[in-house]
Design a protein around this ligand. Structure first.
Ligand code: ZN
Ligand code: ZN
Length: 170
């Protein structure tokens, strides 16, 4: 059955000024909303792209867009109890990363890493506006045709884990 949804996904419809205190995102079905009480535009760049296999599978794409955020600043509203947590131990550290998604519509919500108990890695696709990411991780695992970064002329690229060895090419 064709839906009559209006296409409200154009980021330009949402001035950044309205998100200086907080920003609210949601999954496709709307059962889960995520409120971040922070100004994501306080710095020119925020968040990172990741080419690792786990992120690719989670997002259904060749790259995913993540944002580390203090748990204290994140409020999750899930009145119907739809948030599912997949415990993923197939990680670089061997520590558990809970991959959280909506059990109704399948939208990726966040990763909850045992390694960083005070942080969650929010999936930025759920927000009406997304800041420019500050770096890319697992660039060594990207596809052969991804020769140029979407981040512009001097992107910060890490070979694997963010904050560790820089990507030296190929
Ligand atoms: Zn949903
Ligand atoms: Zn990743």
């Amino acid at each position: 059955m064709a839906s009559t949804s209006s296409f409200t996904g154009d980021p330009k419809q949402y001035p950044i000024e309205q998100f200086k205190e907080e920003i609210t995102g949601s999954c496709n079905c709307g059962a889960i909303t995520v409120i971040v009480k922070d100004n994501l535009w306080a710095n020119p760049e925020k968040g990172h792209l990741c080419h690792c296999q786990n992120c690719r599978k989670t997002s259904g794409s060749f790259v995913t867009s993540n944002m580390a955020m203090e748990k204290a600043k994140v409020e999750i509203r899930d009145e119907q109890g739809k948030l599912k947590r997949y415990p993923d131990y197939n990680t670089g550290s061997g520590k558990k990363v809970e991959r959280c998604f909506c059990g109704e519509c399948g939208s990726a919500i966040m990763s909850d890493p045992e390694l960083f108990p005070d942080l969650v890695m929010l999936k930025t696709g759920m927000f009406p506006r997304i800041p420019k990411p500050e770096c890319e991780s697992f660039v060594g695992h990207r596809q052969s045709w991804e020769e140029q970064s979407v981040l512009g002329s001097a992107p910060v690229l890490f070979d694997t884990v963010r904050g560790q060895a820089k990507f030296e090419g190929k």
